[in-house]
Design a protein around this ligand. Structure first.
Ligand code: PMP
Length: 422
């Protein structure tokens, strides 16, 4: 049994071989100590956008270390955080006016929910319910687990998790049932916010819904005086084909959470963006209305400098062109799987492509997941199926040929797994 000193995330050490050591990264590849190159077809848990070690981001980090390390972010500010805040508001949906920094996707979401509750508390309005979509994932802290899907991941912690209201996933194009249920909850007058992953539920199985449903949900929220929090931690930075997925619904969320690709994925950083109304509800000579949140590494200057460089890449390089190339390559490959009985729910949102392997046993713990993962690794690919859900989410420097090769591997691995299952 592998009694690893390091306790790796989402890893059952009793079933996994010792971890292969990565010696370096390069573009779309991880390179192990033996010199073998592994195509990072999931962007290292969805963080790497342009490619590993983009030279401009690495240079910005090196430069920042000449001047900064961590600086306390109460009482002081610094140029990288300010330049980044200005840039973020330029790129974000119009109407977001304030930027709060933290250091991971989970904290960005926690901050968002605290902002929403604080907004109503400071206005003396009794609104204390959070509404989410069934099957969502928002992080692994107690708060974000409470708001995410319940299941094997969090069964042990259930006694500590708080209750939220859940809307059915909008399966139908119109999302009618979801909208109807949201209207109903809003009528109680107690809903503070709808927390939602725009267009794609990521860890919940890459489930995709229509932009029109998101727009309609925002309309209902607005009419009923509750806030919409967009968790763009996974969908941001081009993954769904636009800078932020909310753009495709033509909406500005009241609060937007971003992390992962914010620094191009190079170093950890997160930001929660809010409207002027939400900031102003916390603005008072009464200290009790302060937004009481901080973390030690808030607005780390080196991370902010990396994110500023990321924005420059978006301004100066044909990032959307690269994204269009990935979309085309996915479409071409997925076309041949739509009528293939081995797969169901063949789907795509921008650079994210997913398909379900048709097996008797599905769900996250399905044994086919780890089996396929090992077979992909033998073929030089990092692909981590979510149970029987296969997906690709490559960094934008990937070539069409590399995408075609990944689909070839999917074809081969699926046949191997199904043959054994038969
Ligand atoms: N929200 C979403 C939509 C995510 O996909 C994730 C991470 N996969 C998180 C929040 C949590 O981010 P982190 O792991 O950086 O805390």
């Amino acid at each position: 049994m592998n009694r690893s000193t390091i306790w790796h995330p989402f890893t059952q050490h009793a079933l996994e071989p010792p971890m292969a050591r990565i010696a370096s990264t390069d573009g779309a590849y991880l390179i192990d100590e033996a010199g073998d190159r592994i195509l990072d077809a999931i962007s290292s848990w969805w963080v790497i956008t342009h490619g590993h070690r983009h030279p401009k981001i690495m240079a910005a980090i090196r430069d920042a270390t000449e001047a900064y390390d961590q600086i306390i972010f109460a009482e002081f500010s610094h140029a990288p955080a300010e330049r980044l805040a200005e840039g973020l508001l330029e790129f974000a949906p119009p109407g977001l006016k304030h930027v709060f920094y933290s250091d991971s996707g989970s904290t960005a979401v926690e901050v968002a929910v605290k902002m929403a509750l604080g907004y109503f508390h400071n206005r003396h309005e009794l609104r204390d319910r959070v509404v989410v979509i069934e099957g969502s994932y928002h992080g692994d802290t107690i708060g974000t687990m409470s708001m995410g899907d319940r299941g094997v991941f969090n069964a042990a912690y259930e006694p500590l998790l708080f209750g939220v209201d859940r809307l059915p996933f909008p399966e139908a194009v119109s999302g009618q049932e979801t909208l109807y249920r949201f209207e109903g909850l809003c009528r109680t007058g107690r809903v503070a916010a709808l927390l939602i992953e725009p267009l794609v539920l990521g860890a919940g199985g890459m489930r995709i819904y229509e932009a029109g449903v998101l727009a309609a949900l925002k309309g209902i929220a607005e009419r009923n005086g509750c806030l919409l929090i967009a968790d763009e931690v996974m969908t941001g930075w081009g993954r769904t084909g636009t800078m932020f997925a909310s753009e495709q619904a033509g909406i500005t969320p009241d609060i937007l959470c971003t992390s992962k690709g914010l620094t191009g994925g190079a170093v950890p950083l997160a930001a929660t963006l809010a409207t002027a109304e939400i900031f102003e509800a916390h603005l008072s000579t009464d200290r009790r209305k302060t937004f009481f949140h901080s973390s030690s590494y808030t607005a780390n200057p080196i991370a902010c400098a990396a994110a500023v460089a990321n924005l420059d890449i978006w301004r100066n390089e044909p990032v959307l062109g690269r994204i269009r190339g990935i979309e085309t390559a996915h479409r071409r490959n997925l076309a041949r799987y739509s009528a293939d009985a081995r797969f169901a729910h063949v789907r795509q949102a921008g650079t994210i492509a997913a398909l379900n392997l048709v097996v008797p046993e599905d769900g996250y713990l399905a044994e086919v997941g780890p089996r396929m993962r090992r077979l992909f690794r033998e073929r030089g690919l990092l692909i981590r199926p979510l149970g029987n859900v296969l997906y690709l989410m490559p960094p934008y420097c990937v070539t069409s040929q590399e995408i075609d090769d990944a689909y070839e591997a999917i074809d081969e691995v699926a046949s191997l797994v199904l043959k054994d299952a038969a």
